[in-house]
Design a protein around this ligand. Structure first.
Ligand SMILES: [Zn+2]
Length: 139
């Protein structure tokens, strides 16, 4: 006869199980109460009920990132966005795709300004150099 004590999952009292290994509660009453308690609080396990976690990067506008960050800095910021949101490393394709969305026109620094002071930009979408006034650019 196994006289090892089990601890009731509901009331935490020790008891000698009538059926070894499968009995989690000391009595039918505890089993029933535990069952009702579980049914009362299913919402706690749902992600929608969790308090919102503030995320500084998320709250920044996409345009803001594009204006503030450049080169490797932008790549690092994008990488952390993907890592936070999906908890996985971003692929090079992810970064390029989002980078294009953020800043389609990249200023070309080794070309002279055009007529009327328009600046040369590399259009990431068409792969062409375009001359644009700064005010024409929509980030
Ligand atoms: Zn119990």
């Amino acid at each position: 006869m196994d006289t090892k004590y089990y601890t009731c999952t509901y009331c935490h009292e020790e008891f000698v199980p009538k059926r070894r290994y499968v009995q989690k509660y000391c009595s039918n009453s505890c089993r029933s109460k535990a069952h009702h308690q579980k049914r009362k609080t299913p919402a706690l396990n749902q992600p929608t009920e969790m308090p919102p976690v503030p995320n500084k990067i998320d709250s920044m506008s996409v345009a803001g990132i594009g204006n503030a960050a450049a080169g490797t800095l932008a790549a690092d910021a994008l990488k952390s966005i993907f890592t936070d949101r999906y908890n996985k490393p971003a692929t090079k394709g992810d970064l390029i795709a989002l980078g294009n969305k953020i800043q389609r026109f990249q200023l070309v620094k080794n070309l002279a300004p055009g007529i009327g002071g328009a600046l040369p930009y590399f259009d990431m979408e068409t792969k062409n150099i375009v001359y644009r006034n700064h005010n024409d650019l929509i980030p």
